[in-house]
Design a protein around this ligand. Structure first.
Ligand code: 5GP
Length: 194
């Protein structure tokens, strides 16, 4: 099996993708996360060019028309999110493997369009998703209900991806994800066995 060209981490909003990815990046230095573009508002603590490139709806559309996106979606409340092709080039020129955190539609798009892409679905229980989404609740209250409904729907898509990691407890989930990704990045036959 050859090394993945891109790694995609997907799953419902509230599954804990962000926390797991932070741990993954800390432990596997070959990976570098793509910074997506979005039209949603910046949340407290978010920095332009670190969490996202925050674009106006007009600029986002212009970049779609220019063919600048690898994939893009319209998500809750009509906000757009997308991965710029330039992010992949930037990361590869650093000698790293691009890691994309995407909602499920974008992840499926990358899975079918990008040769050598590997997709990992982060799963959680419905109760846990609801709890995390309410806790986060930086969005207007109308949007929370919409996000929970969407998260439930997305949970059912787990079987469409290459691997599933259940995030019920953080530490075991981190271990499982790190082992999985190490295995994917290590050329066959060179993995050391305990
Ligand atoms: P949030 O607004 O909470 O930061 O992100 C909402 C959702 O958008 C998350 O599920 C996240 O994975 C997804 N997302 C972030 N960036 C992108 C992107 O570039 N493309 C796609 N398809 N989804 C994205």
């Amino acid at each position: 099996m050859s090394r993945p060209t891109v790694l995609v981490v997907t799953g419902p909003s509230g599954a804990g993708k962000g926390t797991l990815i932070r741990e993954l990046l800390r432990r596997i230095p070959d990976l570098e996360v793509t910074v997506s573009a979005t039209t949603r508002d910046r949340r407290p603590g978010e920095v332009e060019g670190r969490e996202y490139w925050f674009l106006s709806p007009e600029d986002f559309l212009a970049r779609i028309e220019a063919g600048d996106f690898l994939e893009h979606v319209e998500y809750v409340s009509g906000h757009r999110y997308g991965t710029l092709r330039s992010e992949l080039e930037r990361i590869r020129s650093n000698g790293h493997v691009p890691l994309l955190e995407l909602e499920t539609k974008g992840a499926l798009r990358v899975r079918s369009d990008v040769a050598g892409a590997v997709t990992i679905f982060i799963s959680a229980t419905v109760d846990e998703l609801e709890r995390r989404l309410r806790e986060r609740a930086t969005e207007e209250s109308g949007e929370i209900g919409e996000r929970i409904a969407l998260a439930r729907e997305q949970l059912e898509q787990a079987g469409d991806f290459d691997y599933i990691v259940r995030n019920e407890e953080l530490e075991p989930a981190v271990e499982e994800l790190v082992e999985l990704v190490r295995g994917l990045l290590t050329p066959a036959g060179t993995m050391s066995r305990p």
